[in-house]
Write a protein that binds this ligand. Structure first.
Ligand code: SF4
Ligand code: SF4
Length: 100
């Protein structure tokens, strides 16, 4: 396979995500500071930029599925209202990446 062919290899993100393993904490490391701000947030970009679809807008409120967080840190800077308090999960919990 030449270099061009290598660059054209398609990556299935869903398959890659499926390989991740999580040591789920009982306490969320992601916290919405003020849910009223989310109601006013027009585009709700967190529902787009999170690669793990942690944030969903359901029945008029933001739902945070912290268990699937990949700890990429995008939501630390992506929320236009700085409305997400982000920490690493507590020691020993969180995502466990696997290389294939
Ligand atoms: S981007 Fe920020 S303010 Fe907007 S819905 Fe998401 S968490 Fe709430
Ligand atoms: S750190 Fe990354 S994966 Fe985790 S919730 Fe934020 S954007 Fe999503």
């Amino acid at each position: 396979m030449d270099k061009t062919e290598k660059l054209n290899v398609k990556v299935n993100i869903e398959e890659k995500l499926y390989m991740n393993r999580y040591a789920t904490d009982t306490v969320s490391h992601l916290h919405i500071k003020d849910k009223a701000v989310c109601t006013r947030c027009k585009d709700k970009p967190c529902t787009d930029f999170c690669p793990a679809n942690v944030y969903e807008w359901k029945e008029g409120r933001i739902v945070v599925g912290f268990e699937g967080c990949m700890e990429c840190g995008a939501c630390r800077i992506g929320c236009p209202y700085n409305n997400i308090e982000w920490r690493f999960p507590r020691g020993g919990t969180g995502i466990q990446f696997r290389l294939a």
